[in-house]
Design a protein around this ligand. Structure first.
Ligand SMILES: *[C@@H]1O[C@H](CO)[C@@H](O)[C@H](O)[C@H]1NC(C)=O
Ligand SMILES: *[C@@H]1O[C@H](CO)[C@@H](O)[C@H](O)[C@H]1NC(C)=O
Length: 381
C-alpha cells in the first residue's frame, strides 16, 4: 500500500493517549512542573499522616489547598493499565492520592484502540462453528502474541523444579497474568468461556489455567483469609475492586448486571487469574466457577465469607456474561495506543479501503475505544 499521509491520525492518537493518562506519567509530569510538584509534596505529607507535624498549625487548610490545586493537574483522574510496566508503582500512586473520588477501581477502560477488518465469508462461519473451544485454541495458535504468551505460561506452569519436585507457583501465576493482561480479550475470553457440552471439553477448559500449579493445594484455605491476603497487595486489591464493581449483580436489570456491561465483567474476572483468589471452573460436570477457598470454619464471619464466595458461585451477572458471550469476528489488525509501525500499516490499510472499497474485504468496524468494555459488550446478544 501507498501511505496516504495520515493527516488526522496522529492528533487522534495523542488525544487518546491524553485521555488514558497513567498515574506514573502523571506523577512524573507533576514532579517536573514547578507549580505542581510542591503541591504533590504537600499532599504526600498529608497522606502519610505527618501533615500536622511537618506543615504546622495550618496543616488542614494546606492539605485541602493542595488537593484542590491538584484536581486540575494530570494526577486527577489518572489510572493504570492492567499488566503495565511498574503496575504496582502506578497503583500505589492511585490508591495513595485521594484524588480519584469518582473512580471505583484504578484500571483504564480506554486503553485500546483497535481496528477490525472482517472477511465477508468468514464472519458468518465464525458464528456457527460447532466446537468453539477447539476454534479458540486454533485462533490463539495463529496469533503471534497469544501463541507466545500461552506457550510461556504453560511451560512455566508444568515445569517441576528439580529441588522440590513441585512447580513454581509464583512464576506460573506471573505468566498467567501476563497472558490475560496482554493478549486481546477476543482470544483469552474465548479460550476460557467457550461453551462445552461434554465432560472432556469441560475438563480441557478447566485445565486451561493449569489448576494443579496455579492454585490447587491439598486443602482449601478459608476465603476470608485469602481475601485479606489479596487486599494487602495493590495488584490483587485493584483486580478484586474491579471485579466487584463490574460484575455486581442486579435483580432489576435485564442483563443481570448493575453496570450492564458484559465485556467489562469478563475482563475483570480474568484479571483475577494468577492472583491469590484465582477463580476457575470447580469441576468438569458443571460450569460453576469459584476461587480455591472455603467458608467452613468461618465462625462469626460466616456471612461475610458466604457473600464473598457467592459473588463467584451465585452471581447472575457473572453467569449471564459467560452464557451470552459470542466469539468475535476474525480480526485482521489491531492496535494499542502506542503507535507502532504495524499499527500505522493497519490504519493506512483501513483508510485505503475506505477510499476504494476492496473486493474481498469490507470494513465492518472501527472501534475507537474510548470506553472499551462497553463497545465490546455490543458483541453480546
Ligand atoms: C512521619 O515521618 C517520619 C519520617 O519523616 C516517619 O519516620 C514517621 O513514621 C512518620 N509518622 C507517621 C505517623 O506516619
Ligand atoms: C472429570 O472429573 C473427574 C473428577 O475429578 C475425573 O475423575 C474424570 O476423569 C474427569 N473427566 C474427564 C473426561 O476428564
Amino acid at each position: 500500500f501507498i501511505f496516504p499521509h495520515s493527516v488526522s491520525l496522529l492528533p487522534l492518537l495523542s488525544v487518546l493517549s491524553a485521555l488514558c493518562l497513567d498515574c506514573l506519567v502523571a506523577g512524573d509530569s507533576c514532579s517536573s512542573d514547578e507549580n505542581c510538584s510542591p503541591r504533590l509534596r504537600t499532599l504526600r505529607q498529608c497522606v502519610a499522616g505527618n501533615g500536622s507535624m511537618k506543615l504546622g498549625p495550618g496543616a488542614r487548610s494546606q492539605c485541602a489547598n493542595a488537593v484542590s490545586a491538584l484536581l486540575s493537574s494530570p494526577l486527577h483522574g489518572c489510572q493504570c493499565k492492567r499488566g503495565m510496566k511498574k503496575e504496582k508503582n502506578c497503583l500505589s500512586i492511585y490508591w495513595n492520592h485521594v484524588l480519584q473520588p469518582h473512580l471505583i477501581h484504578p484500571y483504564f477502560s480506554c486503553d485500546i484502540l483497535f481496528l477490525t477488518l472482517v472477511p465477508s465469508a468468514d464472519s458468518d462461519v465464525g458464528m456457527t462453528t460447532v466446537n468453539r473451544c477447539l476454534d479458540a485454541a486454533k485462533a490463539c495458535n495463529v496469533d503471534d502474541l497469544c501463541q507466545k504468551l500461552r506457550t510461556e505460561y504453560v511451560s512455566a506452569c508444568i515445569k517441576l523444579t528439580a529441588k522440590s519436585g513441585l512447580c513454581n507457583r509464583p512464576k506460573c501465576n506471573r505468566a498467567l497474568r501476563r497472558f490475560f493482561d496482554r493478549v486481546p480479550a477476543d482470544y483469552t475470553h474465548e479460550l476460557l468461556f467457550c461453551p462445552c457440552t461434554d465432560t472432556a471439553c469441560a475438563e480441557r477448559r478447566r485445565q486451561t489455567i493449569v489448576p494443579s500449579c496455579s492454585y490447587e493445594g491439598s486443602e482449601k484455605p478459608n476465603c476470608i483469609m485469602q481475601m485479606r491476603i489479596c487486599n494487602a497487595d495493590y495488584v490483587c486489591r485493584s483486580r478484586l475492586a474491579q471485579f466487584q464493581y463490574d460484575c455486581e449483580p442486579s435483580k432489576t436489570s435485564a442483563s443481570g448486571c448493575k453496570q450492564g456491561n458484559y465485556g467489562a465483567c469478563l475482563l475483570a474476572y480474568t484479571g483475577l487469574i494468577g492472583s491469590t483468589i484465582t477463580p476457575n471452573y470447580v469441576d468438569n460436570s458443571t460450569s460453576s466457577v469459584a476461587p480455591w477457598c472455603s467458608c467452613s470454619a468461618s465462625g462469626s464471619q460466616r456471612d461475610e465469607c458466604d457473600s464473598f464466595l457467592g459473588f463467584f458461585t451465585d452471581n447472575i451477572c457473572l453467569s449471564e456474561c459467560r452464557r451470552r458471550r459470542r466469539p468475535a469476528p476474525r480480526r485482521v489488525c489491531r492496535m494499542g495506543i502506542t503507535l507502532t509501525a504495524r499499527s500505522l500499516d493497519c490504519l493506512t490499510m483501513l483508510f485505503h479501503l475506505l477510499q476504494r472499497p476492496h473486493k474481498t474485504f469490507y470494513w465492518t468496524e472501527l472501534y475507537i475505544l474510548m470506553d472499551f468494555p462497553s463497545i465490546m459488550s455490543s458483541r453480546f446478544d
